[in-house]
Design a protein around this ligand. Structure first.
Ligand SMILES: Cc1ncc(COP(=O)(O)O)c(C=O)c1O
Length: 393
């Protein structure tokens, strides 16, 4: 009785790991969870205060389905300030998070059988969101040796007459990659030359530890939808607030769809958009950004000392992809990264995500959105696992 569309969705590769993690915790094991995808910080007080005020001053009803004018205007100002593009509030559709914006944009752009390119490693939901829109996800492999750089050449190899669009992600999850201006230009020019649309997921935009964000939207706001939200950059994962900014026709299509399948995102969260976006230099946020940067140094420093471990130092977000191929295979610690992650969890109490979930077998993803003591403890355990292959040996 389940629709064909939903039947084809593969269950999250992290589900079984998470189920086991919960079981182990229920039995009293202390697990360090480096599989997390959210900041371990509270939403800043200055933002929470705005929400309290909003509840008391009538922000409790339906808003316009694409978002309250004040919040949409705040996104326009943010786009002007950070991307140097003038946009109109009609081009902004607020949503219940970036996942939601991506889904609405894909449903508005993809026809059955359309192919959508994405660099691998990719964020786990991209392929499934494309499939849900009846499209075909096409992973374009990138190499750790090239710093996970997505190139025009590799995209060209996957180009077919059915290719309609590309999903880009800056800074990237799981790689933490931040591309240079010329690298981003190359990708936008490829899209231009082949008349493809681009969805640019920039949800980690404030979490840049090295270099600067080069948004594809600044280069071609007609072709690119800029998509972002409050979850990661403001420690507001539970507030469910995202947005897409697109050329007027695309924005109107997304808005029409949303008016029927979701209506407006949470009004109280919308009331916080203006304060959050205009105060990114607030000390509460800045100290969170500095903490992530400091943790990155620790993780990189520690992994550097582990034999047979390969990685690219992440420039943004709060993840690192660790290539463990030297330790995997017959007669080694584990056959593959799924087995490795299970062993790391069962024997050493550390949860990490196997790379298969991101289209990068042989690797694992570690998150450093945990306190320093936990990260250090987890890396000690990982090191021990790599050295001995087991706790008991
Ligand atoms: C790259 C990327 N895009 C989107 C999302 C989802 O964001 P939201 O909480 O705004 O739906 C995540 C969350 O992990 C992510 O890593």
């Amino acid at each position: 009785m389940i629709s064909q569309r939903v039947r084809t969705i593969t269950p999250s590769a992290t589900l079984s790991l998470n189920a086991r993690l919960q079981e182990l915790r229920a039995k009293g094991s202390e697990i360090i969870n480096l599989s997390v995808g959210e900041p371990d910080f509270e939403t800043p007080k200055f933002i929470r205060e705005v929400a309290h005020e909003a509840m008391d001053s009538g922000w409790t009803r339906y808003t316009a389905t694409s978002g309250h004018p004040e919040a949409r205007e705040a996104v326009c100002e943010h786009v002007q300030r950070t991307r140097n593009v003038t946009v109109d509030p009609d081009q902004v559709v607020l949503s219940s998070g970036v996942k939601h914006s991506l889904s609405q944009a894909l449903l508005s752009l993809v026809n059955p059988g359309d192919e959508v390119l994405m660099g691998a490693p990719y964020w786990v939901s991209y392929p499934e969101l494309v499939r849900l829109a009846d499209g075909i996800p096409v992973a374009v492999e990138t190499r750790i040796e090239d710093g996970f750089r997505l190139t025009r050449e590799s995209l060209e190899k996957k180009l077919t007459p059915r290719t309609m669009g590309i999903i880009l992600n800056e800074p990237g999850n799981p790689t933490g990659r931040v591309s240079s201006a010329s690298e981003v230009l190359e990708l936008v020019e490829f899209a231009r030359d082949n008349d493809l649309w681009i969805l640019s997921d920039e949800i980690y935009e404030a979490l840049i530890h090295e270099g600067q964000l080069n948004s594809p939207f600044s280069i071609d706001p007609e072709r690119v939808s800029y998509i972002s939200g409050l979850s990661k950059s403001f420690a507001m994962t539970g507030w469910r607030l995202g947005w897409s900014v697109s050329e007027p026709k695309r924005a109107s299509a997304i808005g029409r769809l949303q008016s029927h399948n979701a209506a407006n995102p949470c009004s109280i969260s919308q009331a916080c958009v203006s304060t959050a976006l205009s105060k990114m230099d607030h000390p509460e946020l800045q100290s969170m950004y500095s903490a992530f940067k400091a943790r990155r140094e620790i993780v990189v420093d520690r992994l550097d000392k582990m034999p047979g471990v390969n990685f690219v130092s992440p420039k943004g977000a709060f993840y690192i992809v660790v290539d463990l191929r030297a330790h995997l295979g017959e007669g080694k610690i584990a056959a593959d990264s799924n087995e490795f992650c299970l062993g790391l969890l069962e024997e050493f109490g550390v949860a990490a995500v196997p790379g298969d979930a991101f289209g990068t077998p042989g690797c694992i993803r570690l998150s450093y959105a945990r306190p320093v003591e936990e990260i250090e403890d987890a890396l000690d355990r990982l090191s021990k696992f790599l050295e001995t292959g087991s706790k008991d040996s």
